[in-house]
Design a protein around this ligand. Structure first.
Ligand code: SAH
Ligand code: SF4
Ligand code: F3S
Length: 477
């Protein structure tokens, strides 16, 4: 008999990927995903520990789940297994079990391949399972193949963990040491995904550009080489990767941006601060000018590259002058979009015990100033696309009837009114309006044949869009 599985996911794309893999592990046990926790036979909260707010939500959700679990039992509908996974589980496993006795399983990001054993243990006996030791084996060697189609745009984890130990960050503690999946394993998974209909793959890792592996000939590969190999897969139209660290941006990867047409002209490259003093205190091991130089090399290779970043304001000891350096860096670089965060002291990290903690007021004011600057850059970037025609891969349906939502090569969300037949396809869209977070447009002439590489350029590179040349276009009528 089929059992109901509800998974709620917080945090980064890696957690989204992990949730999909957890569902794959549980499928042979009869668990099928459902949309609501009510009446579910298993509820997994896949959690994020990165900032205080993200962590707190877990405990309030667990409180609510207790009611659902009790009701299910009272109705004679069997037991609801409540599980906490992800980075809060890894960091606070024992505390969760102590505070929340109705939780049955707590396991970390490197342990979910053992779900069948954990389920067997909690169903055999009363009591709970805590599984947060970092295992010697790689979970990737034990995970089953993906269940069915992963979607037209999908994630593929290639690297996990972090050895960088930025002083504000919990990730090295929650995800463990840097690990790269073997190239052959990654390529096999990508081929299966494309065979099942995926046209765009985003390679994932906490430090994805630190990925390294051995090629079949024994030579050492970096991420640039892996991307070139992926680009050989017929039907894989788009490749992206996230998140990168400025120090791991090597020459071959930069060249791949110039040479691999399937590699999309968008890069998320966090810098956190523009002040060398703060960057040193953060243990980023690069200066603001190091970052500027990396950006220059990337833009020399790919002039239309859209850049995104992460910024932390209000790091302990950050002065007005430090913050001004951050604004200056943002002005110099010019972002297509960026994520901004108030510094959040995290348990166990060096910066959390630093004496120079700043007030909420200071953090709030700086956040607002930075967000204003970035919003202006974002809207200017998007406005440059009005009147242009860009290829859009429609991977979602909008909230309104007949609305389709997809991404441009530069990662912008593009909305159109269109026939549902376009869902899952790459289509030319003429952009008619730009907003700070999206574009709207209308479908034009024809459809991109899935698998055809996109070779156009962004508006500000000065070239007109030439993506159609030499590519078979399927008529829509
Ligand atoms: N591995 C990636 C990002 C990991 S976390 C990298 O190295 O860039 C995603 C973002 O969350 C970080 O880039 C940082 O901007 C933010 N972040 C991490 N810890 C934080 C903290 N303690 N307070 C506020 N923001 C934080
Ligand atoms: Fe965290 Fe720094 Fe590692 Fe990124 S590089 S995951 S910010 S420690
Ligand atoms: Fe959060 Fe863990 Fe990702 S802390 S951001 S879910 S690596």
């Amino acid at each position: 008999m089929s059992k109901k599985l509800f998974i709620k996911t917080w945090g980064c794309q890696m957690n989204v990927y992990d949730s999909a893999r957890m569902a794959d592990v549980l499928a042979p046990l009869g668990y099928r995903p459902v949309e609501e926790p009510e009446g579910a036979d298993m509820v997994i909260l896949n959690t994020c520990h990165i900032r205080e707010k993200a962590s707190e939500k877990v405990f309030s959700d667990l409180g609510r789940l207790r009611g659902l679990k009790d009701r299910k039992a009272a109705e004679g509908d069997g037991r609801m297994i409540v599980a906490v996974a992800g980075c809060v589980a890894q960091a606070e496993g024992e505390e969760i079990l102590a505070r929340m006795p109705h939780v049955d399983m707590v396991f970390g990001p490197q342990n979910y391949h053992t779900l069948p054993e954990m389920v067997a243990r909690v169903t055999r006996a009363a009591g709970s399972v805590l599984n947060t030791d970092f295992p010697a084996e790689s979970k990737f060697d034990f995970l089953p193949e993906e269940e069915g189609a992963q979607g037209v745009a999908a994630f593929l984890a290639v690297q996990e963990g972090c050895d960088k130990f930025c002083t504000f960050c919990v990730v090295p503690y929650t995800r463990g040491a840097e690990f790269s999946r073997p190239a052959a394993q990654v390529l096999a998974e990508a081929r299966r995904m494309v065979a099942a209909g995926t046209a765009e793959i985003t390679l994932l890792g906490q430090n994805v550009n630190a990925w390294h592996g051995d090629g079949p000939d024994g030579s050492s590969w970096g991420l640039g080489r892996l991307i070139r190999e992926l680009a050989e897969i017929d039907g894989l139209a788009r490749i992206r990767y996230t998140t990168s660290h400025p120090r791991d941006m090597d020459e071959d990867l930069i060249r791949a941006h110039a040479e691999v047409p399937q590699l999309m002209p968008y890069l998320h490259l966090p810098v956190q601060s523009g002040s060398d003093r703060i960057l040193a205190a953060m243990n980023r091991k690069h200066t603001a000018d190091d970052y500027r130089r990396v950006i220059d090399r990337l833009r020399a290779a790919k002039p239309d590259l859209a850049l995104s970043g992460d910024f932390i304001v209000g790091f302990p000891g950050e002065t007005d002058a430090d913050f001004a350096e951050t604004l200056r860096l943002v002005t110099d670089v010019g972002y297509a979009q960026a994520y901004t965060f108030k510094y959040s002291p995290r348990p166990g990290t060096p910066a959390s015990v630093d004496g120079g903690q700043l007030s909420e007021e200071v953090k709030g004011a700086r956040l607002e100033a930075l967000q204003q600057l970035i919003a202006a850059q974002q809207i200017a970037f998007n406005q440059g696309f009005v009147g242009r025609t860009v290829p859009v891969l429609f991977d979602r349906r909008g909230k309104q009837d007949g609305q389709l939502l997809g991404r441009s090569p530069w990662m912008q969300s593009v909305y159109v009114q269109g026939n549902d037949r376009l869902f899952g396809r790459m289509v030319e869209v003429r952009i008619d309006a730009a907003y700070s977070n999206s574009l709207t447009g209308a479908v034009v002439t024809g459809e991109w044949t899935s698998g055809a590489p996109y070779t156009g350029s962004a508006p500000h590179s000065g070239n007109t869009h030439t993506g159609n040349q030499g590519i078979e276009v399927e008529a829509l009528a």
